[in-house]
Design a protein around this ligand. Structure first.
Ligand code: ADP
Length: 425
């Protein structure tokens, strides 16, 4: 494995896995740390998704060390700790304590830190994180309910989270190129720094950092870096000459069986996508009030409708509805009960259709995607081609004949559903 990644939340992991795939690595995303006997395909990069961003410190450290053990048992020596590109971490943790624990377990390599992600407007200058045109501390992150960020100086923010010394790799050095960066990092390590916050304001600078860390390295020396998806992409581009894309691996085949669209997202983009897809597929609407009053029979009807039509054209089953209709269902059933009825129906439908032979699933909705992926028992996803920015095709990398496109609400253009099936690898 060229790069082992530990992500502190699920959507961050998805973002990272997509960036690694775009950089040319075969990448797998794992939902949590797998059991030792779980079979997961080999890949250039593996991203273990945790939910440790706002967990108690001890829990975040223990989970990250468990992920590290799993990755190291598969020969990963280069470790990337993926955090949010707005840092999302208060003086109480968790980035400093987790990075310290990973560092110690790896034998104390210098930890290079930067959340810079210029493509998404995150840049670091003189150690200060900017979100678009403003300092982190002047951005809406200032009043985030869980992780308010009131200081943009990352040397100070990280310094408050660790007893170790935090240094700065200034922009002038990064602009000086790979050798200048290597020399300065070696000096900072001699000076006793454990973590070094790196400036970067564009992708070329992230490439310099990636190259300085991973270019020409054999992978024998442990490496630790902490940051957003931007630095990871820089490292991945430096590793590309050593990578084997999926095409170069004996990877599991992409499933080609019948396709299904399951939509639980009521976002504006999804509603347009559903209307656009209707003339091109058989479709059925699920109504939470009907699910409440008819119970099991409504779910069985939907399963019968879909199984009878599984074939060449995809089938679409959707609970998505206009804001007025959602409000009506919520007024009658309560917000959570309405959502639970829809999610449980979509879970059962997904399971029934998979056992009836459906293999390609396009799921609309963040929560809905989580529920359906869980119901189908898929915990390892191999990342394939991108359908729309941020939404790749994925397939099970744990032996199930299932491909999944997981789209959160507002992603994708009007023709997303038809495009997805046209693009199927
Ligand atoms: P998005 O990514 O667009 O936010 P999610 O799947 O995360 O989509 O969230 C949509 C939520 O709305 C889900 O919990 C789903 O069960 C619920 N839902 C879907 N259809 C309806 C409906 N007709 N009435 C009420 N709630 C619904």
């Amino acid at each position: 494995m060229l790069l082992g990644c530990i992500a502190d939340d699920f959507t961050g992991a998805t973002d990272l896995a997509g960036e690694l795939a775009r950089a040319g690595l075969s990448a797998i995303q794992l939902n949590g740390v797998p059991d030792d006997d779980e079979k997961v395909e080999a890949a250039d990069a593996v991203v273990v998704a945790l939910k440790s961003r706002t967990a108690p410190v001890a829990e975040a450290v223990a989970g990250s060390l468990a992920a590290l053990r799993w990755l190291r048992a598969r020969d990963a020596n280069r470790i990337y700790f993926k955090v949010c590109s707005t840092f999302d971490s208060t003086p109480q943790g968790n980035i400093g304590p987790v990075a310290d624990a990973l560092r110690e377990a790896l034998g104390d390599p210098l930890d290079l830190v930067t959340p810079a992600y210029p493509r998404n407007g995150r840049t670091v200058y003189k150690g200060h994180l900017f979100v678009g045109d403003v300092l982190l501390s002047d951005s809406p992150m200032r009043t985030h309910p869980l992780t308010p960020m009131t200081d943009a100086n990352l040397v100070r923010v990280l310094g408050a989270q660790t007893p170790t010394r935090v240094g700065l790799l200034p922009i002038e050095t990064v602009a000086g190129g790979v050798e200048a960066v290597r020399a300065r990092l070696a000096q900072l390590a001699r000076d006793g720094c454990a973590h070094v916050v790196a400036d970067a304001i564009d992708d070329a600078q992230l490439d310099v950092l990636g190259d300085a860390l991973a270019g020409r390295s054999s992978g024998a020396e442990p490496l630790l870096a902490t940051g957003g998806a931007g630095l990871a992409a820089g490292i991945a581009r430096a590793l590309r000459p050593q990578a084997q894309s999926w095409a170069g691996r004996r990877a599991g085949a992409w499933p080609h069986g019948p396709g299904v669209i399951l939509a639980g997202s009521c976002s504006a983009a999804t509603l347009v996508q559903i209307e656009q897809a209707k003339p091109r597929c058989e479709h059925l609407r699920l109504d939470p009030i009907d699910l409440e009053t008819r119970g099991d029979a409504a779910v069985v009807d939907a399963i019968d409708f879909a199984t009878a039509r599984l074939g060449r054209r995809p089938i679409m089953i959707y609970a998505s509805a206009s804001p007025q209709e959602v409000a009506r269902a919520q007024a009658r059933l309560g917000r959570e009960h309405a959502a639970a009825l829809v999610e449980s129906a979509l879970r059962r439908i997904a399971i029934a259709l998979a056992s009836a032979g459906a293999q390609r699933f396009v799921i609309a909705g963040g929560e809905t995607s989580g529920a359906v992926t869980d119901a189908l028992g898929v915990r390892a996803l191999a990342i394939g081609p991108e359908i729309a920015p941020g939404v790749p095709w994925t397939r099970s990398a744990d032996g199930k004949p299932i491909a999944l496109a997981l789209k959160s609400g507002n992603f994708g253009g009007p023709d997303f559903f038809t495009r997805a099936f046209e693009l199927m690898p």
